[in-house]
Design a protein around this ligand. Structure first.
Ligand code: SF4
Length: 470
């Protein structure tokens, strides 16, 4: 950080009168998380703005070599402060930081520099991170906060998984989204009131949520006929519609089922890395033990999520321990810059779960994620030869049309695989009829298409897409 730029601390006094703005990275999780902050006495507002002026403001505020996620977040903050909607002498900014070794840990300094440049040097910036990077007397992360925030993450991952699986097949458009809105509002209010963060309350609510989603009337004739697409990549671009040009909406408009791995996996990855650091480079055993305990604590949420998803008849994601093992097949666990080994591991996991059409989203010029994403495609295809992957770069100069065209090419391969599978299925059924054999009936459910789709044949167009990204 530049010596001249003084950090403005967010004090306990400010907590009583300031509004805190924070960027909406995860559209479901952060609505619930907002309730957690409000319950702790903070006046928070999620920034949901999406217009092009944000990119322009980012370009004016930071060097154009800056990572795209930082450019967007900083642009969105400055855009909000300039909008006239907020009293800039009573507004603070909340920035999430991973605390990792990459440039993301320096975004906060870039933001402060941009604030000074724009004439908002009095605005305090609060860092929200799992590594204890900066402390503010008015914003204290204690056990109560962690417990409620973890409940918000668990609810967010759970609702996202059910929503993703139901939305693509719902008979009446908007049914699944209405349930998302209903439950996000309810859980946000409950957590604001300091309720529903205990394990038993989470289990109870998950059962009710699952019951609601499993009652959505689905068009089962479509199961197995839609391309199943997984999204991996740099965390902000992967989740934030502002960064990925509303990628999920685009995929739904193209008739896909979408799977975006949850946030809990990323938090587990952070603790994994602390443990692996001690194993590889040495360090205090107490650090390793503390992180093992934290990982076990987080895994208890994962178990709840997985169990309640499967109990409701939906497909649960693989456990993180398995995802980690899959990643190890292609990349060492010491590789932890950016999304590190997790990104490769998530691609493996998606293929195992039947989402072998993958979009790897990455900020342009993001070296770490190009290595563990694009750079691992060949290694991934050794285990999953049918994997149909496209990498898409995001930056201020990339056009949405170009990004969508690349994705459409990948989807055309996915559709060819589905057609080939259907033809093979019809042929096999004819042969069985002739020989008098009866095939065991396949269970019809949310998972019905998974196994079948992953056996789809490769095609020349698929080779095109892959060679395109090599
Ligand atoms: S992971 Fe990529 S986008 Fe994130 S800080 Fe590092 S280089 Fe920038």
């Amino acid at each position: 950080m530049s010596e001249e730029i003084k950090r403005v601390e967010f004090t306990a006094e400010m907590k009583k009168t300031y509004k805190i703005l924070f960027p909406n990275m995860l559209t479901i999780h952060f609505i619930i998380l907002k309730g957690v902050f409000k319950g702790l006495g903070y006046d928070v507002e999620l920034l949901t703005t999406t217009d092009r002026a944000i990119v322009d403001e980012g370009l004016k505020s930071v060097h154009n070599d800056t990572c795209y996620p930082a450019l967007l977040v900083i642009g969105q903050f400055i855009h909000a402060l300039k909008s006239g909607k907020y009293d800039v002498n009573k507004t603070a900014l909340l920035l999430t930081q991973t605390g990792g070794g990459c440039r993301a840990s320096n975004y906060i300094h870039l933001l402060r520099k941009a604030l000074v440049k724009a004439g908002f040097e009095q605005v305090p910036v609060i860092s929200l991170n799992p590594a204890g990077l900066e402390k503010n007397s008015g914003f204290v992360i204690d056990l109560k906060t962690i417990r409620r925030a973890m409940a918000a993450v668990a609810y967010g991952d759970f609702i996202t998984a059910l929503h993703n699986q139901a939305k693509a097949y719902e008979r009446k458009k908007g049914t699944s989204q209405a349930l998302v809105d209903k439950w996000c509002a309810f859980l946000s209010d409950r957590l604001e009131a300091g309720k529903d963060a205990s394990g038993s309350a989470i289990r109870f609510n998950m059962k009710k949520i699952a019951h609601d989603f499993s009652a959505i009337p689905l068009d089962k004739s479509l199961i197995g006929k839609k391309p199943k697409v997984g999204i991996v990549g740099e965390i902000y671009v992967k989740y934030a519609p502002l960064a990925n040009n509303s990628l999920e909406d685009f995929l739904y408009s193209e008739g896909c089922e979408v799977n975006v791995p949850g946030l809990l996996g990323f938090l587990l990855y952070v603790f994994d890395n602390n443990i692996i650091d001690v194993e590889l480079y040495g360090g205090k055993m107490s650090k390793k033990i503390a992180n093992l305990l934290l990982r076990t604590y987080l895994e208890s949420y994962e178990k709840m999520i997985r169990k309640n998803i499967s109990d409701a008849g939906f497909a649960a994601p693989l456990p993180h321990s398995r995802v980690r093992e899959l990643g190890k097949e292609s990349v060492g666990l010491g590789c932890k810059m950016g999304e590190g080994w997790l990104l490769t591991a998530e691609m493996h996991a998606l293929c195992e779960e039947g989402y072998d059409n993958i979009i790897c989203v990455q900020p342009f010029g993001c070296l770490p994620n190009h290595i563990v994403g694009k750079g691992m495609i060949r290694a991934l295809r050794r285990r999953h030869p049918d994997a149909n992957i496209v990498t898409v770069d995001y930056d201020p100069g990339a056009t949405k049309v170009n990004q969508e065209n690349r994705i459409k090419l990948m989807l055309s391969v996915a559709r060819e695989k589905i057609e080939a599978r259907e033809k093979n299925g019809a042929k096999e059924a004819g042969e069985e009829k002739q020989s008098g054999c009866t095939a065991p009936s396949k269970e019809v459910g949310h998972n019905a298409g998974v196994a079948a789709q992953s056996t789809g044949q490769g095609s020349s167009r698929q080779e095109d897409v892959v060679s395109n990204v090599k």
